[in-house]
Design a protein around this ligand. Structure first.
Ligand SMILES: Cc1cc2nc3c(=O)[nH]c(=O)nc-3n(C[C@H](O)[C@H](O)[C@H](O)COP(=O)(O)OP(=O)(O)OC[C@H]3O[C@@H](n4cnc5c(N)ncnc54)[C@H](O)[C@@H]3O)c2cc1C
Length: 411
């Protein structure tokens, strides 16, 4: 990678060396643009390295606009069509990176997420992108000359700290969003949007575990580490996936997915036997296996420890009663609870553990064809900083690749 440290003027300066910023950088540099990426931290692509449990779920075979949440559900379409999952998969294959398909079309590296980061850095190097770390952006000034954006940058730490002034024709904001500050979560993108008159929609933590403060908390603690397949619903959305009990509450893919649709105070409805009408099933068992205890019959479908907790919650008075002797009404009520377990999380775990931030820069102010601000020529926004959030399953990275690529064609 070239490091022409003395240079101050660039065609394109990109703030943030994450997924979207790196993608944008080599796409623009391949067009012959002189590109500089500024990163505030000491490490590039931290979220890529941590993603997918260290294997990076880098895209999904079934990308569709329905997998994205935004005030404007149409905004993501153009970029997703311009740079598809197949384009990214082709690049992964060209680099000889081995990957595997897991359920729901999710693609993961076979070896390490580092393969994806190394690939992006290699592409940056080949295209001649410059990269500087430990850079904090101060003031951004605008004038009408050939280099409209002027940036005050402070670089390094302590006595090594130095101030530099840089200029560029196009400025790309790829600083990501608020989730997990230790991995680079930052509000700079919103502050820049504010400076240039773009509005920012309400933000909240997404793809995030839930906590409970009521009588369920000790139950979750006792079951911590146990996973079970569920169908969870909230505000008209449903996901069938596994749920994981944690010391604080609930996590796992089903819970992370539904958290994108949950608001404080909302109730979740959980079907503990997906695909089974528990009320009918229990009524059938009463006829066919009437001497069995409900606990033992449920062990066919749910983990023992979980059934023991459910018994304490729902049928303590019938724990030693054969199912044939449990009154129909009581059995129907237990079936109803298995079909629609109503739970009210006290809160989500927030940005500390959220994989993404819902909301962001209002897409009304940004061209979906170029990612450029409609009112500020030369100012671009890509990746998670925008009000576009994907479901769990590789969709958030696909948005970073697609939006980064699109801006790279015009910046
Ligand atoms: C633990 C975890 C696991 C995840 N796993 C997956 C997964 O498997 N699949 C998936 O699709 N998505 C996953 N995601 C979501 C995905 O990582 C993000 O959606 C994606 O990284 C967003 O890309 P981005 O380039 O917009 O932002 P980021 O990747 O966050 O990059 C932003 C960059 O900007 C830098 N920056 C911030 N502020 C400044 C500043 N002031 N000046 C300069 N630089 C700055 C940051 O340090 C960072 O390097 C995961 C997220 C987390 C937290």
């Amino acid at each position: 990678m070239t490091t022409a440290e003395g240079r101050t003027n660039y065609d394109v300066i990109i703030l943030g060396a994450g997924a979207a910023g790196l993608m944008c950088a080599f796409t623009a540099a391949r067009r012959g643009r002189r590109v500089l990426v500024l990163e505030k931290s000491n490490k590039i692509g931290k979220k890529i390295l941590m993603s997918g449990g260290g294997r990076c779920n880098f895209t999904n075979l079934y990308v569709a606009p329905e997998n994205f949440i935004s005030n404007n559900p149409h905004f993501c379409k153009s970029a997703l069509n311009r740079y598809t999952q197949w384009d990214f998969i082709a690049m992964v294959e060209n680099h000889g990176i081995e990957y595997e398909e897991r359920k729901h079309g999710q693609l993961f590296c076979l070896h390490s997420a580092r393969d994806i980061l190394d690939m992006l850095l290699k592409e940056c190097e080949l295209a001649g992108v410059e990269l500087r770390m430990h850079c904090e952006v101060g003031q951004i000034l605008v004038d009408q000359h050939e280099w409209p954006y002027q940036l005050d940058i402070s670089r390094g730490k302590g006595i090594d700290k130095a101030s530099i002034k840089l200029k560029c024709k196009s400025l790309v904001i790829a600083t990501g969003a608020l989730s997990i500050p230790s991995l680079g979560g930052s509000s700079l993108g919103y502050e820049i949007a504010d400076q240039f008159g773009l509005s920012v929609t309400e933000r909240r933590a997404g793809l995030v575990p839930f906590m409970f403060s009521d009588s369920l908390k000790p139950v979750c603690e006792r079951l911590s580490g146990l996973a079970t397949e569920i169908e969870v619903s909230c505000n008209g959305q449903s996901f069938t996936e596994s749920m994981l009990f944690t010391h604080r509450g609930m996590s796992g893919p089903a819970i992370l997915q539904i958290s994108n649709y949950w608001r404080p105070g909302d109730e979740l409805s959980i079907k503990l036997l997906p695909g089974v009408d528990a009320e009918n099933w229990l009524a059938g068992l009463k006829n066919t296996q009437g001497r069995g205890l409900l606990k033992n019959l449920l062990h066919q479908k749910l983990a023992k420890a979980f059934v023991n907790e459910l018994q304490i919650l729902w049928w303590p008075e019938y724990q030693d009663t054969p199912i044939a002797e449990i009154p129909d009404k009581a059995l129907a009520s237990i079936g109803e609870s298995l079909n629609h377990w109503k739970l009210k999380p006290s809160a989500s775990e927030g940005y500390r553990t959220a994989e993404v931030t819902l909301g962001g820069i209002d897409t009304d102010g940004v061209s979906s064809k170029t990612m450029e601000s409609k009112d500020r020529p030369g100012l671009y926004f890509v990746g998670e900083v925008l009000d576009v959030t994907g479901h769990l399953g590789g969709f958030n990275f696909q948005w970073a690749w697609s939006s980064g690529y699109t801006a790279g064609l015009y910046a």
